[in-house]
Design a protein around this ligand. Structure first.
Ligand code: ZN
Length: 623
């Protein structure tokens, strides 16, 4: 039996004498890859052939041909030129080899000990090397879904550096400087950041646009650079109004004033280059979208902009710690970006994998269904490791500093507060006054970090993990706890003993409670929060021992398998950095405090001297 394949305008017609196995196989292909129902072919006079036929797209055709070959059937193209057949064959073979190689590269027991990543200052862990290998085998178009804390950033950096890929990193604003730091720490490269004016201290770790292998931009800034170019047409024939512009839509036709008559279609993207820092997608080999679930809503302007602008970049790496199982539909937009031939129709995806149904409110794709099939379909370009998979590699405590950039307005306000500290300080100022002034600056950065910290905490709980958040201030704690509502518990000195115990119990036992927010004074000692393995410090404690005490709320020192991640938020070019550097230089002195027998008065005196030194540091800087 021979299967005849005819090229149509965009699709293919597959036609064959009835064969049960083949018919079953085609029937079970994803619905969005086949256009017509399988039926007998019809003659012009309406009578039917004995042949069966079906119209399918290219992705489905490649699967059908695989099936035909595996089952010793024959096929022939009826209307294609030899060179077009050759091209198609090449594409199919590439696709297949890529898929098979990628599947091999993701095997759990793969030995990567011989796999080196050149040009790195520090070699990544073996499981990160495996990710690099997986990216290479899958052709560089894939989704890395590792749980937060596993180290997706370093895997992506290693891949780019190993293959010398000119890379654009697109990330949330709060992670921009973290990417810069990681690139500097692990490689010999210095990143270039779009729309970023480094203060003196940060100058040495950024580079010019031309010199940098890595360019970094945040999603919001990208939207200001790149606009959608939209064609608008009034559908009312007598009007005939037309326009092509960056305006997103018209509710009312500007010419005939009819409501909802203007049909809009995105043609492409336009670059706006006011700052002389134009961004050309063609100049990149690789685009990395960090926290890629920012692109989950296909209808959002941000998603359209990123997809339209970067669809043709040869390699696209999407990083997200978000678990698929809770809401598979959010992944469709990402899959469509990586492999648009395979993932074409959101609607069919919604029906098949999101238990989609229709009611009076319209289609609902918020469920999940056929997840095993989904996992198997995406496995050639989806890799996810849980922290528990890579525990053996992780040190007992991992420390991550998240540098936070103040907005220009925040920075102006901060500088004003800092100037007040300088103006108010005289030689006679007492320690208590120093303390209150320093607190003023610290509280300022705490508020800034609270809002950025919320983004970071959200990403952690989206990755299906619990997280503990520490701050020095009740106001900051309340702000964060309120944001997460029923998913969070609050633990401050203002709560009663019963309320505090309830907060701990709920966090430890209730699966729906994901975030514990506590002030260091109240929650930094004596309680057990070991159900979490990530702690986010919005503010830094004053002494290493306070710091360690608080960290150990989530760390079971007794069990060797326990690995925790400590995240510190540091506002760049503010007192946050001064405190860290001063604490480091004072390590010798402060180590006294580690000795628990030190008297409170002594600690007080020590802290007093820190505050005085901090004020001195600020005054020196202002000179
Ligand atoms: Zn009109």
């Amino acid at each position: 039996m021979s299967v005849e394949i005819k090229k149509l305008r965009t699709n293919f017609e597959v036609r064959f004498q009835f064969n049960k196995a083949l018919a079953e196989f085609i029937k079970n292909l994803p619905k969005d890859q086949q256009q017509t129902k399988m039926d007998f072919a019809k003659r012009d006079d309406g009578t039917t052939f004995e042949d069966w036929y079906r119209v399918v797209n290219e992705a489905a055709l490649s699967k059908i041909i695989d099936f035909i070959k595996a089952n010793n059937l024959r096929f022939k193209f009826t209307n294609m030129e030899p060179e077009d057949i050759e091209k198609l064959k090449k594409e199919f073979t590439n696709r297949q080899t890529r898929g098979e190689a990628a599947l091999k590269a993701r095997a759990k027991d793969l030995d990567v000990s011989k796999f080196e990543v050149p040009n790195m200052v520090i070699q990544p862990y073996d499981y990160q090397k495996q990710a690099v290998m997986f990216f290479e085998k899958s052709g560089g178009n894939c989704l890395l879904g590792d749980q937060p804390g596993v180290g997706k950033t370093l895997s992506a950096i290693s891949y780019a550096v190993k293959n010398k890929l000119k890379t654009l990193v697109v990330c949330p604003a709060s992670l921009k400087l973290n990417w810069r730091n990681e690139i500097q720490r692990f490689t010999n490269e210095k990143a270039y950041i779009y729309k970023y004016k480094p203060k003196k201290r940060s100058k040495e770790i950024v580079n010019t646009k031309e010199e940098s292998l890595f360019h970094i931009i945040n999603y919001e800034a990208l939207e200001t650079f790149i606009k959608l170019n939209v064609s608008h047409t009034c559908s009312y024939v007598q009007c005939g109004w037309k326009e092509t512009s960056t305006k997103k839509k018209y509710d009312v036709c500007p010419s005939c004033q009819r409501a909802k008559s203007v049909k809009s279609r995105v043609l492409g993207t336009i670059f706006e280059d006011k700052d002389g820092v134009g961004l050309d997608p063609k100049s990149y080999d690789l685009v990395v979208c960090d926290e890629a679930h920012y692109l989950k809503n296909a209808k959002a302007n941000r998603t359209k902009v990123v997809k339209k602008a970067f669809m043709n970049v040869p390699k696209k790496l999407l990083l997200t710690g978000t678990a698929i199982k809770s809401m598979p539909f959010e992944f469709f937009s990402l899959l469509n970006f990586i492999d648009p031939a395979e993932w074409k129709s959101a609607h069919h995806f919604g029906i098949r994998y999101c238990a989609g149904f229709q009611d009076d409110f319209g289609w609902d794709y918020s469920g999940s269904s056929n997840l095993d099939e989904l996992y198997s379909r995406i496995s050639p370009y989806f890799l996810r490791r849980l922290k528990s998979d890579v525990l053996a590699f992780l040190p007992p405590k991992t420390f991550t500093h998240f540098p936070i950039e103040l907005t220009p307005e925040e920075y102006r306000n901060y500088a004003k507060a800092e100037k007040e500290v300088v103006d108010e300080t005289t030689g006679e100022t007492k320690d208590a006054d120093h303390l209150s002034r320093i607190q003023r600056l610290k509280m300022f950065t705490s508020q800034v970090k609270a809002s950025r910290g919320i983004e970071i905490v959200q990403d952690i709980i989206d990755g299906d993990e619990k997280v503990v958040v520490f701050t020095e201030y009740i106001a900051t704690a309340e702000m964060i706890a309120n944001h997460f509502g029923g998913k969070a518990v609050l633990f401050t000195g203002q709560k009663s003993a019963t309320e505090k115990q309830e907060a701990v119990d709920k966090f430890m036992k209730d699966d729906s409670v994901k975030v514990f927010v506590g002030t260091m004074g109240a929650a930094g000692v004596g309680i057990t929060l070991t159900v979490a393995s990530i702690a986010v410090f919005i503010d830094q404690p004053w002494t290493p021992s306070d710091r360690e005490q608080a960290e150990d709320r989530i760390h079971r020192a007794s069990t060797t398998s326990d690995k925790v991640q400590i995240i510190r938020l540091i506002c760049q070019d503010t007192i946050d950095e001064d405190i860290i550097s001063l604490l480091n230089s004072k390590e010798k002195v402060t180590s006294m405090v580690l000795d628990a027998t030190v008297l409170d008065r002594k600690v007080e005196r020590l802290q007093g001297s820190i505050f005085r030194d901090l004020v001195k540091l600020i005054i020196d800087k202002k000179k």
